[in-house]
Ligand binder design. Structure first.
Ligand SMILES: Cc1ncc(C[n+]2csc(CCOP(=O)(O)OP(=O)(O)O)c2C)c(N)n1
Length: 285
């Protein structure tokens, strides 16, 4: 599966299966943006590991020529973290929907953010459960009538980029499927970043969420960030702006990665020697 050329083409990364997404689905564009980033980074196919949960967006690994792990619903992040810990040389990328990542799997984001594994998380935010045909998700707007909330939702909708900032992810960005070149650039930056990169991707569901994501309305509100905000308060303010949808990098900072922290613990444990279980038990007696 290794790249045969110094200058890989787009086709070098296309898997053997044709994407099965609906016509007009934004996920096609995300796939294109990812492949473009992989091509620019000249990632060898055999060094890419794509991990996903369950959902339309989680079918992503099927369509890329790379290693893939189609996991269980909501558990892509811990699986990816384990992959990176045991195979540090791999470029690990996670694909998950807003339901997968923020509903059933929502408990993993704070912990993976603080652990800071060197992985890139593509959160496909179409504000709906697509695969199961149109139930409300944590990012559905309150006025969106769905099969599970025919009169609109109760509760506020979640803001993925804002959450990732609050949880301390070291790289946080927001892109949009409709801005493919910009998104590709964000994915490239995310993969280059050494640490946990969280990229919220506004995408569309052409079958079950056409009203909320009406493209002309969304496009009018999109505002690219010129530069990455210097302080966290400004980043949080911009990420939570309700008038504009800011796109770009909200945070890009350095902290030891999980693999580096593991190496540190390994060295400390070698110095101090194994913990004697007997004395440990006595401490609790
Ligand atoms: C444990 C478990 N609960 C529920 C489901 C059903 N299920 C499959 S995908 C999905 C949600 C998909 O929505 P999202 O993650 O937003 O991805 P999308 O399809 O919109 O890309 C659900 C609830 C499941 N497969 N496993």
């Amino acid at each position: 599966m290794e790249l045969e050329t110094e200058n890989p083409t787009f086709e070098c990364y296309l898997g053997n299966l044709d994407p099965v997404w609906c016509p007009g689905c934004g996920d096609f564009s995300v796939l294109g943006a990812f492949i473009e980033a992989a091509r620019r980074l000249r990632l060898p196919n055999h060094q890419i590991a794509l991990v996903s949960g369950i959902g339309c967006s989680s079918r992503f690994p099927f369509f890329v020529k790379a290693y893939g792990f189609h996991g269980v619903h909501g558990r892509a992040l811990p699986i990816a973290q384990g992959v990176k810990l045991s195979n540090p040389e791999l470029t690990v990328v996670v694909a998950a929907g807003d339901g997968d990542g923020l509903a059933i799997g929502g408990g993993h984001l704070p912990h993976v953010s603080r652990n800071n594994p060197d992985i890139t998380y593509l959160l496909f935010n179409n504000s709906i459960y697509g695969l199961t045909k149109g139930q409300s998700s944590p990012t559905s707007p309150t006025n969106l009538a769905t099969k599970t909330a025919p009169y609109g939702l109760m509760g506020e909708s979640m803001n993925p980029a804002f959450l990732a900032l609050a949880y301390g992810a070291t790289f946080v960005a927001r892109g949009a499927a409709i801005k493919r070149e910009h998104l590709s650039d964000l994915i490239e930056q995310g993969i280059r970043h050494r640490g946990f990169s969280f990229i919220e991707i506004l995408t569309s569901c052409s079958s079950f969420n056409t009203k909320h994501l009406a493209i002309t309305k969304v496009l009018q509100r999109m505002a690219p960030l010129e530069t990455c905000p210097e302080d966290d308060l400004e980043a949080l303010r911009l990420a939570s702006d309700t008038r504009h949808i800011h796109l770009g990098v909200f945070r890009n900072v350095k902290r030891p990665t999980l693999n580096e922290q593991e190496e540190h613990i390994r060295q400390v444990s070698q110095k101090t020697g194994p913990v004697a279980v007997g004395s440990l038990l006595q401490a609790f007696a």
